[in-house]
Design a protein around this ligand. Structure first.
Ligand SMILES: Cc1ncc(COP(=O)(O)O)c(C=O)c1O
Length: 368
């Protein structure tokens, strides 16, 4: 099998090339491909056996968890649908809004599964640019020119995957205005939002209730295994998502709900843990980037868990192959429609990150 393997020419409607790569080819001793913060262990979480139970009264959400999620998001429980990760949250949100043939406008570059999910639902997907030259902000004029009567949904990520750019102040509402002009909605995937600052910004739904948001504890909090995700939207849509979820998973694993409840209690400490990993890695990355400006284009990283440098010359596939020979992985930019770029995850433990960077430096030293 090809080591890099992105295939963007023949999109399938029932599979994700990126996810397949991530599950089968990303693992390495120095894995800089992952977008999340290093996994929290049961012990680190501070949970005890008393916190666990196998079954509980979880129908449309386990009430203690739903209340904790609503408190974290600063909205009422009727505005929250608990879902298995941001992945299922995105699916539920799109599935209640989009019918086959509807037009969905999705940022480019983006997390490939947002596109795959919309296509899976039969949407006609068009892409609007978040160009590197605009600091990965959406090109609003281009977006305005694309919106039409068939547009049903506009989809973005904030922080942006793959660049970690934060949407400019007021941008979500300006996009919601554009969407409202044709009766469409806006979905913002906020799985990385809590890495924006020590005191995380509010979910965009709180700032502008027309906007639907999704998120989870998987990335910033290193808790992927708990699959604790959510959608935030108006109560009518949330009720439809709960009912749709009846067809998919019925209820989550209760033990995971219980541990997620513990995690929500521990969020301030887990945020500090994330900062203790991300801050030194960010400093190391920015120093590396300024030393390697001969071959790498990118702006200093400010916040978030991933960086997205562009290789000034040569092939990223070759770079990835040479890195792999040194037991190191990054994510090829072809998965983000930018084959000259690659994504570097800043969330692994600093000793792993520094060793991975050292190996990237070795590959660049002998770049022809
Ligand atoms: C933008 C974005 N949304 C969703 C996900 C999946 O998140 P989860 O693990 O919470 O399902 C990812 C994973 O990389 C992502 O980058």
């Amino acid at each position: 099998m090809n080591m890099v393997a992105p295939n963007t020419d023949t999109p399938r409607h029932d599979a994700s090339e990126y996810m397949h790569w991530a599950k089968t080819l990303q693992a390495a001793r120095f894995n800089l491909g992952n977008s999340g913060v290093a996994a929290v262990t049961f012990q680190e979480l501070g949970a005890g056996l008393d916190d666990l139970e196998i079954s509980g009264p979880s129908f449309y959400g386990w009430p203690p968890l739903l209340e904790a999620l609503a408190a974290h998001l600063a909205v009422g429980t009727e505005r929250v649908c608990h879902a298995e990760g941001t992945s299922l949250a995105n699916y539920l949100a799109m599935a209640v809004l989009v019918r086959p043939g509807d037009e969905v406008l999705i940022e480019e570059p983006t997390y490939e599964l947002l596109v795959d999910t919309a296509r899976h639902l039969g949407a006609s997907v068009r892409r609007f640019q978040r160009p590197r030259s605009l600091g990965f902000q959406p090109d609003l004029d281009a977006l305005a020119g694309m919106i039409g009567p068939r547009t049903r949904l506009i989809v973005l990520s904030d922080l942006h995957n793959p660049s970690s750019a934060r949407l400019a102040e007021g941008m979500p509402s300006r996009i919601a205005d554009l969407a409202a002009s044709v009766g469409a909605r806006v979905l913002i995937d906020e799985v990385y939002l809590d890495a924006a600052a020590v005191a995380p910004p509010p979910t965009a739904h709180r700032v502008d209730p027309r906007i639907i948001t999704t998120g989870s504890l998987t990335k910033v909090y290193g808790l992927s295994g708990l699959r604790c995700g959510w959608v935030v939207a108006e109560p009518e849509l949330i009720a439809r998502m709960w009912r749709l979820n009846d067809l998919l998973g019925v209820i989550p694993a209760h033990a995971a709900e219980r541990l997620s409840r513990v995690a929500l209690r521990e969020l301030p400490r887990l945020r500090q843990r994330a900062a203790a990993i991300l801050d030194p890695n960010r400093d190391a990355w920015n120093a590396f980037l300024s030393r390697r400006a001969d071959l790498l284009e990118g702006t200093p990283h400010v916040a978030g868990t991933v960086a997205f440098p562009r290789l000034r010359r040569g092939s990223v596939a070759t770079l990835c192959d040479r890195l792999r020979a040194l037991e190191t992985t990054v994510t090829p930019g072809a998965f983000f429609s930018e084959p000259e770029a690659f994504r570097v995850g800043l969330g692994c433990r600093p000793e792993i990150f520094n060793e991975g960077l050292e190996r990237l430096g070795r590959v660049l030293d002998s770049w022809d």
